[in-house]
Design a protein around this ligand. Structure first.
Ligand code: SAM
Length: 190
């Protein structure tokens, strides 16, 4: 994993606005109406802001204190039910049976798959989107350890009821469609 200071440097220099992941924007209708949400490895908190604006009590965790500070500043400004926290999610994964919704985008730690599933309450929804090894563009990590293999997201979260899955790889006309990343929305059944 890239260390905290490297992420801090990126976020100090970053002039981008927080943007929610496509998996969340395009499947927003699957969000629970109320409850507790988590944006895990939140970065600038684009997902967390969407969850909080939707009405969920939202937590956002990231190892970068610079990013967390920025998320909390926006949350305070917009009077949202969102609190960001500095947290190493590998050392301190989410508690079991706790969240009604978890969102992870552009972060991959395979050992967290089981804790993420366990952190969902029955009926809880997971939104996950990250880069694949088949990605064509230069965006995203180059280390294959941080990239998904074919169908890997399905495999990692097979304990959930899969509501949405999309991974197009390099099949067909690569200029159109949904490339470079895989996305999954799944529900904890019990
Ligand atoms: C590529 S960014 C994605 C941020 C955000 N989810 C998004 O989609 O824009 C990866 C994030 O993971 C965070 N991160 C890396 N290792 C972490 C760890 N062990 N615990 C918590 N956050 C971590 C980084 O600080 C960074 O904000």
């Amino acid at each position: 994993m890239v260390c905290r200071e490297q992420w801090n440097v990126r976020y100090r220099e970053c002039r981008e606005r927080p943007v929610p992941a496509r998996v969340l924007v395009e499947n927003r209708h699957l969000l629970p109406r109320e409850g507790l949400g988590l944006d895990l490895a939140c970065g600038l908190g684009g997902n967390a802001l969407l969850l909080a604006e939707h009405g969920l009590e939202t937590q956002a965790w990231d190892i970068s204190d610079v990013a967390v500070h920025q998320v909390n500043a926006v949350s305070r400004q917009r009077l949202l039910p969102l609190i960001a926290e500095v947290r190493d999610v590998i050392r301190f994964p989410p508690l079991k049976d706790y969240f009604d919704c978890v969102v992870v985008s552009r972060f991959l730690c395979r050992e967290l798959a089981t804790p993420i599933i366990e952190s969902l309450r029955p009926g809880g929804i997971l939104f996950y989107q990250t880069f694949t090894r088949e990605k064509q563009g230069g965006v995203g990590p180059s280390n294959p350890e941080w990239l998904l293999g074919t169908n890997e997201l399905l495999f990692l979260f097979s304990a959930l009821r899969i509501l949405v899955y999309r991974e197009e790889g390099t099949v067909g006309d690569g200029w159109v469609g949904w490339r470079d990343e895989a996305l999954l929305v799944g529900m904890k059944v019990n």
